[in-house]
Design a protein around this ligand. Structure first.
Ligand SMILES: *[C@@H]1O[C@H](CO)[C@@H](O)[C@H](O)[C@H]1NC(C)=O
Ligand SMILES: *[C@@H]1O[C@H](CO)[C@@H](O)[C@H](O)[C@H]1NC(C)=O
Ligand SMILES: *[C@@H]1O[C@H](CO)[C@@H](O)[C@H](O)[C@H]1NC(C)=O
Ligand SMILES: *[C@@H]1O[C@H](CO)[C@@H](O)[C@H](O)[C@H]1NC(C)=O
Ligand SMILES: *[C@@H]1O[C@H](CO)[C@@H](O)[C@H](O)[C@H]1NC(C)=O
Ligand SMILES: [Zn+2]
Length: 501
């Protein structure tokens, strides 16, 4: 009833304004255009750490719904914790009246879970052994036995695999191609398992990415652990091995939620996103509860205002499995729809306990034009607020990747994951030198206690500022350049949080 009244009122208003202001055309429903135009200061004032914290506490309760199945709180895709998160986001948006067009975009996703693994090479078990994410189990989820066989080059070509890899454990050097390709090649060559050893320093854990029927159970080990084995194999020694992985890889459907203002120019949208899912290991309150909830709070406050440009919020699913939701979303855009997105802003991890104010170092030289102007909006904000900031690599680790690969300017801010705070950064931001920015990154302890509320509040205000700035005007912001199709500006080691090669 409310709704039909509003539509009636709108048509009379449109008629009236057509008479009085023939050159002014409003595309906004009356209920929206009667509201004051959003301003950065006004919407920043609407943000408070109390409201954010309240949402975070609620989100943790939702993560606890997964305990039955996972024995601990998590919001990983497919879990009750994630389903409840999506319901919460959707219901909150739906409760805001008719300000937004809300849509669900369901897409196929894969999820994996490694329960147990063991690798024995000769008479010892390399202590750096890690099972790759999305690895299949060994045959029948039982240990398999065979000699270790060194693969030539980097195992990216089927000719790198000697005939006796059949029935053996393939031993493959990291590099040149993704882990998924190596595992597939090993499987096609008849290997019973594969071990990828690091070509750089340290242990090796990554993901096989998109499952393939040819993948075999795949591990990563460090360069130092690998060295003695390589030497023995090169000397012609036989190293009897056993490999065991109990894991599942399964396909499920999961959902991106997108909400777009009904008001504002629909051909010029400012888009922003955070991911609704967590890793299996924990509840993901910082990663990325903080981003998702910041968006939800801003979407809630924005309804008090009108906008000149359309604002589109997205909550991605499957980010932790390799940016599945954002990739899917961008892949489904027609060229015409792609061009309507003037920029994409990624908000992932805004309240790390040992935070730094990090700005993605996007540049117009290597990223779609406009990325640098967005970067400068963030750095100016920190400067105006008397805060320090650092640039961090814009290297494909979060949901901006699909956008910039397809010609859409992008950027974002973060507060740090498993990186270690340097002395200089401790001077710039306080906190503890020599420790991770987020010591609970991708772990069970990523709870409400894992948040730095001061950092979250300032960053949430900055997100509000970014929305308001572009919702009012794109003046001075570069016009969109052409659509691209999945270009990689350079060979990236990441697509999501996990190493892919
Ligand atoms: C969209 O998805 C959410 C989360 O799964 C759900 O709560 C809501 O009912 C769905 N809405 C529609 C229209 O399908
Ligand atoms: C693995 O063992 C080596 C010595 O054999 C040791 O230096 C290294 O710290 C160990 N690494 C881990 C992760 O335990
Ligand atoms: C497998 O074949 C290669 C030569 O192609 C050889 O060097 C290696 O010793 C063989 N390994 C085993 C376990 O037979
Ligand atoms: C930022 O990116 C530019 C150009 O891509 C590069 O020259 C510069 O060194 C980077 N700065 C930092 C601090 O990473
Ligand atoms: C910014 O960093 C400098 C050191 O480079 C430090 O002296 C200053 O206190 C920092 N500012 C804030 C607001 O933390
Ligand atoms: Zn994240």
């Amino acid at each position: 009833m409310h709704r039909s009244l509003a539509i009636l009122a709108l048509s009379s208003l449109a008629a009236a304004s057509a008479i009085q202001y023939p050159f002014v055309e409003s595309s906004q429903p009356e209920t929206i255009s009667n509201k004051p135009l959003v301003s950065s200061n006004a919407i920043q004032d609407d943000i408070s750490s109390d409201k954010l914290l309240k949402r975070a506490k609620h989100l943790f309760k939702l993560a606890e719904l997964a305990i039955d199945e996972y024995n601990h709180p998590t919001r990983v895709i497919g879990s009750q914790g994630h389903v409840a998160t999506l319901d919460y986001i959707y219901a909150t948006l739906a409760g805001l009246g008719d300000y937004y067009d809300i849509s669900n975009q369901t897409f196929p996703a894969v999820m994996g879970n490694v329960f147990e693994y063991r690798l024995v090479l000769g008479d010892s078990s390399p202590n750096s052994t890690a099972a790759m994410s999305l690895t299949p189990p060994t045959k029948d989820k039982e240990p398999v036995f065979g000699p270790l066989v060194l693969v030539a080059n980097e195992g990216c070509d089927s000719s790198d695999y000697p005939a006796n890899v059949t029935g053996s454990v393939a031993f493959i050097r990291r590099g040149t191609c993704p882990f998924g390709i190596k595992s597939e090649n090993a499987g096609r060559a008849g290997a019973i398992a594969a071990v990828v050893y690091n070509n750089g320093k340290g242990g090796l854990s990554g993901t096989l990415g998109q499952p393939s029927k040819d993948h075999v159970a795949t591990f990563g080990i460090s360069d130092t652990d690998a060295k003695p084995y390589i030497e023995k194999l090169q000397a012609g020694e036989v190293i009897e091995s056993s490999a065991y992985i109990d894991a599942i890889v399964e396909s499920i459907g999961t959902t991106n939620i997108v909400a777009q203002t009904k008001g504002g120019d629909p051909d010029n949208c400012v888009m922003l996103g955070g991911h609704s899912d967590s890793v299996t290991e924990g509840p993901g309150i910082n990663d990325d509860g903080t981003g998702s909830l910041t968006l939800l709070e801003i979407a809630t406050q924005l309804v008090k205002y009108s906008v000149n440009n359309c604002v589109r919020f997205a909550w991605w699913a499957g980010e932790e499995e390799g940016l599945l939701g954002s990739d899917y979303y961008v892949s489904q855009l027609s060229d015409e729809e792609n061009m309507k997105i003037r920029l994409f802003m990624d908000y992932d991890m805004l309240a790390s306990p040992n935070y730094a104010y990090q700005v993605y170092n996007a540049s117009n030289a290597v990223n779609p034009v406009g990325s640098q102007e967005l970067r400068d909006l963030y750095t100016e904000y920190y400067t105006v607020h008397g805060q320090n900031y650092t640039y961090i690599a814009f290297d494909g680790r979060s949901d901006y990747d699909g956008f910039i690969r397809n010609g859409i300017p992008g950027g974002g801010i973060a507060t740090g994951a498993e990186g270690i705070k340097t002395r200089k950064e401790a001077e710039m931001f306080g906190g503890t030198e020599g420790e991770w920015f987020d010591h609970c990154y991708h772990q069970l302890c990523d709870t409400v206690d894992n948040l730095n509320m001061e950092a979250w509040e300032l960053n949430a205000k900055l997100v509000a500022h970014s929305v308001a700035t572009y919702a009012v005007s794109f003046k001075g912001f570069p016009e969109r350049t052409a659509v691209k199709h999945n270009v990689l500006s350079e060979k990236s080691l990441y697509h999501g949080s996990k190493l892919i090669m």
